[in-house]
Design a protein around this ligand. Structure first.
Ligand SMILES: Cc1cc2nc3c(=O)[nH]c(=O)nc-3n(C[C@H](O)[C@H](O)[C@H](O)COP(=O)(O)OP(=O)(O)OC[C@H]3O[C@@H](n4cnc5c(N)ncnc54)[C@H](O)[C@@H]3O)c2cc1C
Length: 421
């Protein structure tokens, strides 16, 4: 079943990389069609509206420290609310704040005397933060790499500080608690947190998707159109329909690529479970710092209170609690809610019994594992065959800026073929 009128460009996948590719093509008057398997745009970015709560699919934030994020999004229109700069670490029965003294002077003294690591660790972390923020992302990605664990040990951090701070902190960003991710990833994540803020859009993470879609011509995205095969010049849909195309852009998740392009071999992936609770209760502290589990036991890696960062995440008077669980041994467990409640009761007391469970998202394949070797997202070769461009996290890294950047770069190879196709 061959389609009679071939499209100039067919983009497969309406996640942020496919949408960003489409926007760049549209700006250059190149016609395109997006074929999306599901019934909505956004891929891994989605927000459910449930009884006045906004539940993002998995705890996600928009980092304003991504250096080119303003090239892809109108940040003002997203009405971003920032998390405070710092973390609250749960360790040995108490919470301890490690905050950026430039922003939270009142926490400077407690940060200095905190039992998390030694004073030298805190000086080293400030030195590292200063170093990474003085370098550009391109420079960071050009540096030699090793595992985060090797890097931190070589920088003299104590085992205690590595396990209480760096392990849950980096796992919160990369969903991997082994510290085997690349030292480049550690440095770029630290740079994000020191040069910008982790923020939430007023209308949830899905507002990012709405903004990307709003710039596209009506009808340019076809939903519930699953592509099963891609060859130079044509794509085959489930059901057998074949669509001709001058150029094809594959903008699917790395692990989904093999289903349509035989040469693809994905990296192992990591997942998370995100449990949302509602409560009339408020946590016993003022600033809604991200909470990290510094004890390294139990299912919880980190906890956030999105509604204390942006009021729009919960109805008036309610607190929304987002709890991230990592590790395959926990993510699939039927009794996960009970396990999480138990650990929260240890941390916050009997009020937890009044928390109302809203929803649990189990995302088994959220991101590829970011172990060395990694490629610079600025230089990632967009692999493909004649007339086929692959974008997204392949030969690059997961993350919103990198996805949008790779989509725009894929478009560039079509707009200006000499730029690298
Ligand atoms: C739990 C979680 C937390 C995260 N946290 C953050 C964070 O805090 N900050 C950050 O910057 N990034 C974060 N990320 C990463 C970020 O969400 C992703 O890097 C980004 O959304 C990837 O976009 P993409 O377009 O490359 O891929 P996807 O979003 O996976 O989009 C691919 C699209 O292709 C479609 N598709 C797949 N196969 C086919 C097919 N055969 N035919 C047609 N369509 C197909 C899919 O349905 C999907 O819509 C997180 C991701 C997850 C899952």
């Amino acid at each position: 079943m061959q389609n009679k009128t071939p499209c100039e460009v067919v983009i497969i996948g309406a996640g942020v990389s496919g949408l960003s590719c489409a926007r760049a093509l549209h700006r250059n008057d190149i016609s395109f069609t997006i074929l999306e398997r599901s019934a909505r745009p956004g891929g891994r970015i989605k927000t459910d509206q449930i009884d006045g709560f906004q539940l993002d699919h998995g705890f996600q934030v928009l980092q304003t420290g991504y250096p080119g994020i303003g090239d892809y999004l109108r940040l003002d229109d997203l009405r971003l609310s920032p998390f405070p700069a710092g973390v609250r670490i749960r360790h040995a029965g108490r919470f301890h704040v490690l905050a950026d003294p430039r922003c939270h002077f009142k926490h400077a003294a407690s940060t200095i005397v905190s039992p998390i690591g030694t004073c030298r660790d805190r000086i080293r972390v400030l030195t590292l933060a200063r170093e990474v923020s003085a370098r550009s992302m391109q420079e960071i990605f050009a540096e030699p790499e090793e595992t985060a664990s090797e890097f931190l040990r070589s920088r003299g951090f104590s085992a205690d500080f590595i396990s209480r701070f760096f392990t849950p902190f980096l796992a919160g960003a990369c969903l991997d608690q082994s510290l085997q991710v690349s030292s480049r990833v550690l440095k770029y994540v630290m740079r994000l947190f020191t040069t910008g803020a982790a923020t939430l859009p007023a209308e949830g993470m899905a507002a990012i998707v709405s903004q990307l879609v709003s710039g596209l011509p009506e009808g340019s995205i076809q939903y519930q159109r699953e592509v099963t095969r891609v060859e130079p010049g044509s794509v085959t849909l489930a059901g057998g329909e074949i669509i001709g195309a001058d150029k094809i852009v594959l903008a699917v998740a790395e692990r989904e690529l093999g289903a349509v392009l035989t040469a693809a071999s994905p990296r192992p992936s990591v997942g998370e479970a995100c449990l949302y609770f509602s409560a009339d209760w408020r946590p016993p502290f003022q600033e809604p710092f991200l909470i990290l589990n510094g004890d390294n036991r139990g299912p919880i890696n980190n906890i956030a209170f999105p509604s204390l960062v942006s009021r729009t995440y919960a109805p008036p008077g309610k607190t929304l609690i987002a709890i991230v669980v990592l590790g395959q041994q926990f993510i699939g467990r039927d009794d996960l809610e009970d396990l999480v409640r138990l650990q929260c009761t240890e941390w916050f007391g009997s009020a937890v019994s009044q928390w109302q469970h809203l929803k649990t998202y189990r995302i088994h394949h959220a991101l590829p594992l970011q172990t060395p070797p990694t490629a610079s997202p600025y230089q990632a070769v967009l692999p493909g065959q004649a007339g086929i461009v692959v974008c997204g996290e392949h030969h690059s890294l997961p993350g919103l800026q990198w996805a949008m950047m790779s989509g725009a770069r894929a478009a560039e190879t079509i707009i200006r073929p000499s730029s690298g196709d």
